[in-house]
Design a protein around this ligand. Structure first.
Ligand code: ASP
Ligand code: MG
Length: 412
């Protein structure tokens, strides 16, 4: 029988009523003849609560125990979903990550999936079980410990199962009815897109759009998993959501498809570092070893052999970055006068595969921001995106102005 993967996020399983609603949708697909693999998140808010408890007891926690605690929210919803389906006379069984087993490496709290042997679940389907309910977000390390895949990781669980079982499609049920040109909460003109390319979705996700975990999009792209984002809350909606697919499957060409933003970005400036060969390696080597995700980098004009080096990183990594740089300074590997952390910034990005062939996108973006009197602090570009760092207080204004400038309200 063809296999379908259906993933329900935290708001879609927030209480027993919602779990019933989700189970009904699963029942519909079973009736159509699919064997269904259901991936569940923890109930809305539960993972944050678990993280909070861990932080309170042990701020510099042992990551193995963090995973043991934080991964547990999904166990509850997996069992409840299986029971709900059984009550509907749908043969269902739940699995925790280690039972599948979903094998990962040992990178606790950010583990990578190594393999999903499908035999256990296949055997159950062969015996007549119709729904395998899997606790998302969790796996098991080679040492036999529970691991988790990073926040939002159930999306990645879902795509990985879709790849392992060659599912016809991977449906991600969430609290919005698809992928929007930007966040409708800050721009009322935002439009739902019927389709978006893997590459654009990957950029949007990594630039701050929270609808899918970045790694899930990466995996879907690599394995050609047909990914659909849709709402489980909207009962009467027969909306097909948004299909994330190959760019060849998208008919109309558009220059910009979406505007993403992130408030969780900090601007770090090393003041007056010696400008010599190897200085960038001496700065960014230790940062990378400390697990700091550096995004944008600028090196200013050098004067009398010294220069300022500016980079951006997530706000929650500022402390780690400061520590790594101070240690490198203490070891005599780098020398700087000051390290200034500016956390009052936001990153706003325009993304679109049309940028590859269309020039003038950057100019239009900069002109739009300048017309609004918004100062750009750092710029970064790739083939299909332009990102700017600006004062956080202008973030919403920038998103709205850019949405207008690129006429995204006309997309659908
Ligand atoms: N419950 C986990 C989290 O909130 C994983 C997920 O829902 O994707 O990050
Ligand atoms: Mg999510």
């Amino acid at each position: 029988m063809p296999v379908l993967v259906m993933k329900f996020g935290g708001t879609s399983v927030a209480n027993l009523d919602r779990i019933k609603r989700a189970a009904k949708r699963v029942g519909v697909e079973v009736a159509k003849g699919y064997d269904v693999i259901v991936i569940v998140s923890a109930m809305a808010g539960r993972t944050n609560e678990l993280v909070g408890w861990v932080d309170e007891i042990s701020p510099l926690y042992d990551a193995r125990e963090y995973d043991a605690v934080v991964g547990s929210g999904e166990n509850v919803t997996a069992g409840l979903m299986a029971l709900t389906l059984q009550e509907m006379d749908v043969p269902a069984r739940s699995w925790q990550g280690w039972q599948v087993p979903l094998q990962t490496n040992s990178a606790h709290s950010a583990a990578r999936i190594l393999d999903i042997p499908p035999d256990n679940i296949r055997a159950k389907f062969a015996e007549g079980m119709r729904v395998a309910v899997i606790a998302g977000f969790q796996g098991v390390s080679p040492e036999g410990r529970i691991t988790t895949l990073g926040r939002g990781g159930s999306d990645t669980t879902a795509v990985a199962f879709a790849a392992a079982f060659q599912a016809e499609r991977c449906d991600i049920y969430t609290d919005v009815d698809g992928v929007y040109t930007t966040d409708p909460r800050i721009c009322s003109k935002a439009r739902k897109l019927d389709r978006i390319s893997f590459e654009e979705m990957l950029e949007l996700a990594s630039l701050g759009a929270k609808v899918l975990q970045t790694r899930s999009v990466e995996l879907a792209m690599r394995y050609g998993v047909k990914l659909r984002v849709l709402s489980s809350l909207n009962e009467q909606s027969d909306s097909a959501g948004t299909l994330v697919c190959d760019e060849e499957e998208i008919m109309e060409t558009r220059v910009v498809s979406g505007i993403a933003y992130s408030r969780e970005e900090a601007k770090m400036t090393l003041v007056s570092v010696a400008d010599r060969p190897g200085i960038a390696a001496a700065i960014f080597g230790p940062l990378s070893e400390a697990g700091v995700n550096v995004d944008m980098i600028i090196q200013n004009i050098s004067e009398e052999g010294r220069t300022d080096m500016t980079f951006s990183c997530p706000t929650d990594q500022v402390k780690r970055a400061e520590k790594a740089l101070a240690e490198a300074k203490a070891r005599g590997e780098i020398n700087y006068h000051d390290l200034i952390a500016d956390t009052d910034v936001a990153k706003v990005s325009a993304v679109g595969i049309g940028m590859r062939s269309q020039s003038g996108v950057a100019a239009r973006m900069f002109k739009t921001l300048s017309d609004e009197g918004i100062n750009i602090k750092v710029i970064a570009t790739s083939e299909i995106k332009i990102s700017v760092l600006i004062d956080r207080k202008y973030m919403e204004l920038a998103v709205q102005a850019l949405h207008d400038a690129f006429e995204l309200e006309k997309l659908a």
